[in-house]
Design a binder for this molecule. Structure first.
Ligand SMILES: [Zn+2]
Length: 166
């Protein structure tokens, strides 16, 4: 909305300050010059103050925007920091998983070794059982040979006795 410039003497209004001045010079030239000058100075002061207020408002708005940008920047910094922390956490979790995996592999390796050991022990025990069986067979054979010898001896003694009695 364009500002109107009102004549303080007759109340007519004008689009520009220049128009008001021309009007005053033409229609109210007889008026007190001092009043006229004071009014002009007050007008100028008004304009200056208004301009100063405008500038102040603009400055405040700019400062507000700057503040907003600043807080937005802070927020972004926080988000970046959060993401970095998350990344760090993921990295450490990944490290843990790798360690666990290695441990499991070692356990599997050790179980394989144990299984091989047990199989070797089983083979050894089977061999021992085999040996013991052979020994038992030998002992039994020996025993039966001795029984035969004994039987033969008894028989000879019997024959000898019978011969003696005859
Ligand atoms: Zn007038």
């Amino acid at each position: 909305m364009a500002k109107r410039h009102e004549c303080g003497v007759c109340g007519s209004s004008f689009d520009s300050k220049r128009g008001l001045h021309v009007h005053k010079a033409k229609k109210h030239a007889d008026e007190d010059v001092d009043d006229y000058e004071v009014e002009e100075i007050l007008d100028l002061l008004d304009d200056s103050m208004e301009e100063a207020l405008n500038i102040k408002e603009k400055k405040e708005k700019l400062e507000e925007k700057l503040q907003e940008k600043h807080s937005e920047e802070k927020k972004l910094e926080h988000e970046v920091e959060d993401l970095r922390e998350e990344k760090e956490k993921m990295r450490s979790k990944l490290g843990d998983l790798k360690e666990e995996h290695e441990e499991l592999e070692m356990q599997v390796e050790s179980l394989k070794d144990s299984k091989a050991d047990l199989e070797a022990k089983k083979d050894t025990l089977q061999g021992e059982v085999e040996t013991l069986k052979k020994k038992k067979d030998e002992v039994e054979e020996e025993l039966s040979r001795k029984k035969d010898v004994l039987t033969r001896l008894r028989h000879q003694i019997y024959e000898f006795d019978k011969n003696l009695k005859e």
